[in-house]
Design a protein around this ligand. Sequence first.
Ligand code: ZN
Length: 378
Amino acid sequence: MTSLPIMIDAAFDSGNIEVLAIDGTCARLAIRKDNLSDFYQWFHFRVAGARGRELELKITGLNASAYPDGWTDYRAVVSEDREYWGRAETAFDTHEDGGTLTIRYRPQGDLAWFAYFTPFSWERHQDLVAQTALADGVEHRVLGHSLDGRSIDCLEMGEGPRQVWLMARQHPGESMAEWWMEGALDRLTDPADPVARKLRRLCRFHVVPNANPDGSVRGHLRTNAAGANLNREWESPTAERSPEVLAIRSAMDANGAEFVMDVHGDEAIPAVFLAGYEGIPSWSDARQAGFDRYAAILQRRTPDFQTRLGYAVASPGKANMTMATNQLAERFGAVTMTLEMPFKDNIDLPCAAQGWSGERSAQMGRDCLGALLEWLES
Ligand code: ZN
């Protein structure tokens, strides 16, 4: 059995770690900030040379991370085959080394990958776009390009008049949002699924599976290549700072919108929940009712969704109009919503092996479409 020190790197798609020190099977690590930004929380790295030996990986300096509350009761995801992602024994100590997450794991093989959440790579995005674009009745459009030159892909389908927009990964470290997309697009393109067939009769779907490809590939938590938080750019996006939002919003202006779902992940709250558009200038009881009705339908349809835990709502007139959900609700009179899935787990229905997972995110994508059909028809 080897006693050489382990080796750690993150020089790959969505990789993010800085190695401060390695001693045998113990490592002291830190997370790199998003480019031109102070946000950091996403990590994704590979450990080599640890077969059968207990790893002790310490990610330090986390009291200054974007969401320090995200580390309590959090467990890192780990995979040895990069297909199945489970959870590793993890503990957080706010008093150790500026806030330290300690991950312990004993790999069966030589290699193990660790991440903040199950990664969804840019290669997998290409596969998702390719497979969906080949399905019957689907049209693919490039809405524009990111600052690093990546495409903002949009998949369109359905013959109905009701304009539905689904978008994900404005915040690139919230990779569960693109797993949600994989489930939603799989359902929408399944010719044997009656919900999908009915939805495509009623609606025209515009689906943007990754609104921030540069941040995704760069291993960012929250921003694009220029350090812009895209979900604060919807009031006045620019080609220089936020071309991703400018491209998507321009396409929405050309097509209109009746229903918009913007898919995210939440670091701290152990539940799936929706955030709405309370506090926009045109808010009314009637407008609120459209949102509440969708939330009630989704809650009845899946035990993984709830309305007890969530964000505090904005006071009248106090909505942040730079956020997609508020801007688009006001702009189109649409029912819009931010769907938040946890990095941790759903505490009402926890899974010891995986916590919240890519698989559960994909199922949520399917369930949200079932709820949409019921919402449209009732
Ligand atoms: Zn987010």
